[in-house]
Every structure is written in C-alpha cells, then in structure tokens.
Design a protein around this ligand. Structure first.
Ligand SMILES: Cc1cc2nc3c(=O)[nH]c(=O)nc-3n(C[C@H](O)[C@H](O)[C@H](O)COP(=O)(O)OP(=O)(O)OC[C@H]3O[C@@H](n4cnc5c(N)ncnc54)[C@H](O)[C@@H]3O)c2cc1C
Length: 511
C-alpha cells in the first residue's frame, strides 16, 4: 500500500499534512506510521537519523524488569507486548536474548525476583519468547564462588541505529519527504498552517515547508525547540539523565546477556555485542550540558568495571575498554525524583492555542515503545484529517524484514546465490539489510563487480547503496550507524572512504 506521490511533488508550495522535527526513533516511527496512513509527511533531522539518543541506548526491546519495583505495571505490560511485534517486524535486526540474573540475597530476596519474573512472563502474551527459570551458576567457572544460583529470562536485542533508519526508509518508501542534516531553524504559526524554515547544514541552503500539523520529536531538545525555535512556552520540563556504556573484548563465549545488581540497588547489563565484544552499561547521572557532546567520565568507567569485577572471575581493567558511548534520556519530571526513579513512560502534549494549527510535542519514551507511541501520535492528530486510514504498523514489516524464517536460513540462501562472497560479509549483510541484501547485490555476479574494497569486507557497492538508499552523507553515517565497522577500521583507512563519499555526493547531490 505504498503511496506513489514522490519527492518531486514536494515543491516549496505544496502543503504537508504533518512535518516532524527530529529523526530519532520517535520521529522516524511517527513518519513511518503517518505516511502509511496516507498523510503527506515530512521528516527532518538536524544531524543524521538516530545520531543522538536513539543510537546510544542499551539496545534492548524489553519490559524493564526493574520498573516493576516502581509499580510501573502498565509501562512494563505495554513494553513486553512490543517484543514479539518487533521480532516479526524486523527479524534481521531484532533477536531474542536470554538474560542471566545472578542471585545476591543481600540485595533482593529470591521470592521478590521470582514474583517479578512471574509477572514478566505473564503480563503479555508470548508465543516466541521462552519463559524464565532458575539456574545453577558456576558450571563453567565464569562467576565468583559466592554466586551459586541465578535466574534466566528472555528479552530482545535490537540494532537501535538501524531501527531508526528502517523507519525513515519505510516513510520514504511510503512517499514521505525524508531528509537528514536539515535543521528546523524556526516555525511560525498562522491560522491553519505552520510555515517552517529549514537549513540544510551540509549545503547551507535555507528553504521553507508549509504544514497543517507540526510534530516536535526533538527528544532531549523537545523543550528548547518549543522555547527557542517556536517561541512558545513549554508545559513540561525535561530532565536530562546521562547514561554511558563501555565496550570490551567479550567476557566469555556464552551468547547470553547478564543483568547484574550493584550495591547501590541499581542494575547494569553486560550484553554480547557484534560477535567479538561485550557491551556494558548503563549509568544514570544528572546532566546539564549540550546533549550533542555528552561523553563518559572516568568515574562512570570505574563504576561499570567494578560491578563486572564483583561478579566474574576474569577481572577487567580500564585498558580493556575499546570504545564507549553516552546518551541522555529526555525524562519528564515534575516531582524531584532521583534519576533512576523517574518514569520512562512518555507524555504527548497537543497544543492548539486558540484553534491555531496544531503542535504535538513528545516528552520521554523508550526505543521499545516507539511503535505504540507513533500510533498514539497519529491517532491523536487524526481528528484534523477527514480521510486518514487505520494504523497498520503492527502487521507490516520494516524494509528488508520480509522473511518469516530464522536469519540463519536467509544467510544460507544468500550464500547459495553468491558463493564467491566471503561468509562473514554475507552474515553482516543479512543482519543489517535482511532481504534488501538482494537489492544491494543485484548487479553483482563475481567479486570484481563489488568495486573497490575500502576495508575488510566494505566494498564500493555497499557505500553506493547506503548513499542512494539509506541517506548516508558522511563516513561516520556509514561506519557508526548503517554499520558498526567503525569499531574495527584503522584510522588511516577512513580518509579514502571520506573522499569517495564526497566525490560521489558531488556528482549526485540529490542522492
Ligand atoms: C543510556 C541509555 C540507554 C537506553 N536504553 C534503552 C533500551 O535499552 N531500551 C529502550 O527501549 N530505551 C532505551 N533508552 C531510551 C531511548 O534510547 C530513548 O528514549 C529514545 O532513543 C529517544 O528517542 P527520541 O527520538 O525521542 O530522541 P533522539 O534519538 O535524541 O532524537 C531526537 C532528534 O531530534 C533532532 N533535533 C533536535 N533539534 C532539532 C531541530 N531543531 N531540527 C531538526 N532536528 C532536531 C536531533 O538531532 C535528534 O536526532 C535508553 C536511553 C539512554 C540514554
């Protein structure tokens, strides 16, 4: 049901139904939902899609076991339900992950954990994910001797940056105007329309779009967008809470994640990451700087390492850290709660101001609930349109996700069709692009057709594909969000990729 009014119809004079400020997971999800329901949609982000909070998460589609302690039953139930929906919606980038929770009796009693896991297993219907059970630890000698038993349960893992991109691609395939590196500078409200001024930060071009409804999905910037760009008063105060992760060589060969309780009653995750690594996080720290420049502190690194070292025989040091990343949660907090107690739920605020053109702002939210949030946003603005269609995102798949068998089967099928291509490259393609791997490889029948190999398995055709199909504009877009090759590529190889992208964009600026 793809709409066929294409980019060319978006002249500066045409009026959009909705224009979304911010292409994190929430903005991209709303764009995908709105465009699939027949609304003329525009999505603009001042940097790359997902470059802010949405690529710096713990990458979990989860109910959030610890939110049960805060009696957030509704949030947990809604989140749990999304796990199996998203597993089917994007089977190439979402997968089941088993979690081991070592029991430390002085922190939480066994019956409290059992009760939490019972609720976790039953608050939402499950047909794919396995149930929880008690486990004996230490069989493999990974854990310290005092940790004898634990609990195992399921949640899901997601490539968060690609989830954002797939939603932006979906919106574009539905006919939306989708542009990264385009900043909303200001928006002025007239009786039944917003006039939005946008600056392309790469070309410096300034242009306007008119829209009937304006959506503020600015995440950590939601409040400043209202106050600085729209010149209005925000009814909610956002509190920025920094969370950081470290990445180290994998702590063992077990393909399961750990949820570890620390003495301060917090929990952190240690999650298998990209075959070779373990990702550890997160912290929860009040932040008042620019969300764009948030980084990990030494204190956070030590905090995370100490919790790991309390649990595992193998000890980790600062020098083992290969990479770190930090993001800020945009949380709504009217009461002055501690960072870890503020609700992770979202608030949608519709501002009509004397029957003027509507503004809808999103405060808070989780990656896990982006699809529900997007559905609620579009439902909420449906009153302003006469012919809006019902939401279909629960049933439709994201680009490349059109297969109902394990990724391993897809890998096998691709290998059979392209036997000359390295197995590890095929595995990476299948997990990133799913069925779109065939689109990427459509003109290739031998390795020479892949063009220059810029780095181990990064060929020219992939860069071309990412520029033409996935809005890639810089080497960082490609190395850190479309792929995670940035973790392994030597610095001296990056320059040639940068030069190639610049040349390519110069020759086809509309790519
Ligand atoms: C450390 C950490 C771990 C987390 N872990 C999880 C997890 O495991 N699971 C989970 O479900 N959730 C998790 N979350 C929460 C989740 O990551 C966030 O709620 C979510 O990413 C917020 O998405 P967003 O789209 O609202 O914001 P963002 O991703 O920050 O997007 C906002 C966008 O608005 C753009 N923007 C701002 N101003 C303008 C402007 N003037 N013009 C155009 N664009 C503009 C920005 O460039 C940005 O891309 C975590 C959060 C953190 C910080």
């Amino acid at each position: 049901m793809k709409r066929d009014f294409l980019l060319s119809t978006f002249s500066s004079n045409s009026i959009l139904d909705i224009l979304i400020i911010g292409g994190g997971i929430n903005g991209s999800g709303i764009a995908a939902d709105a465009s699939s329901r027949g609304l003329r949609t525009g999505l603009f982000d001042s940097f790359d899609f997902g470059a802010a909070t949405s690529s710096c998460s713990s990458k979990l589609i989860h109910g959030g076991l610890r939110y049960l302690e805060q009696f957030e039953f509704k949030l947990v139930a809604h989140s749990l339900k999304e796990r199996e929906i998203l597993l089917k919606k994007a089977p190439h980038i979402v997968s089941e992950m088993r979690f081991i929770l070592p029991h430390r009796p002085f922190l939480r009693s066994a019956w409290i954990i059992r009760l939490g896991l019972f609720l976790y297993d039953h608050l939402a219907r499950r047909t794919i994910l396995k149930p929880s059970y008690k486990v004996k630890l230490n069989n493999e000698g990974h854990f310290k001797k005092n940790l004898k038993t634990g609990f195992e349960y399921s949640d899901c893992w997601v490539d968060d940056a690609r989830l954002v991109l797939l939603n932006a691609m979906d919106a574009k395939e539905n006919g939306a105007e989708v542009r990264n590196y385009c900043q909303i500078v200001k928006a002025k409200r007239f009786k039944n329309m917003w006039v939005v001024t946008i600056k392309n930060r790469l070309t410096q071009e300034v242009f306007e779009r008119k829209t009937k409804v304006l959506i503020n999905a600015g995440g950590p910037w939601a409040q400043t967008i209202i106050e600085d760009n729209l010149n209005l008063t925000s009814s909610h105060q956002i509190r920025l809470i920094k969370g950081s992760h470290i990445v180290i060589p994998k702590i063992n060969n077990i393909n399961k994640a750990y949820i570890l309780q620390s003495d301060d009653k917090r929990i952190i995750f240690a999650i298998p990451y990209l075959e070779k690594f373990t990702m550890i996080g997160t912290t929860d720290i009040e932040y008042d700087g620019d969300p764009r420049f948030v980084t990990i502190s030494d204190k956070e690194k030590t905090y995370l390492l100490n919790i790991i070292n309390e649990h595992f025989v193998k000890q980790i040091e600062l020098k083992d850290i290969i990479w770190s990343f930090s993001g800020v949660r945009p949380l709504v907090n009217e009461k002055q709660e501690s960072a870890q107690k503020i609700s992770r739920d979202y608030i949608l605020e519709l501002n009509l101001d004397d029957s003027m053109a509507p503004l809808l702002s999103i405060f808070g939210g989780k990656i896990t609930t982006f699809r529900q949030l997007s559905e609620s946003v579009v439902d909420k603005i449906s009153q302003f349109f006469t012919d809006i269609k019902p939401c279909v995102t629960k049933e439709t798949v994201l680009p490349g996700g059109d297969f109902a068998y394990p990724v391993e089967t897809l890998i096998f099928q691709i290998q059979t069709k392209y036997p000359w291509l390295n197995e590890s490259v095929i595995e990476r393609y299948a997990h990133q692009y799913g069925m779109y791997t065939y689109k990427l490889l459509k003109n290739c029948s031998k390795i020479q057709d892949m063009g220059i190999e810029f780095f181990d398995g990064l060929y020219q055709i992939e860069i071309d594909y990412l520029i033409s199909n996935e809005f890639a504009k810089t080497e960082e877009d490609i190395l850190w969000r479309r792929t995670k090759l940035g973790l392994e590529i030597p610095q001296e190889k990056i320059k040639s990729i940068k030069d190639y992208i610049e040349l390519k964009l110069m020759n086809s600026p509309l790519a």
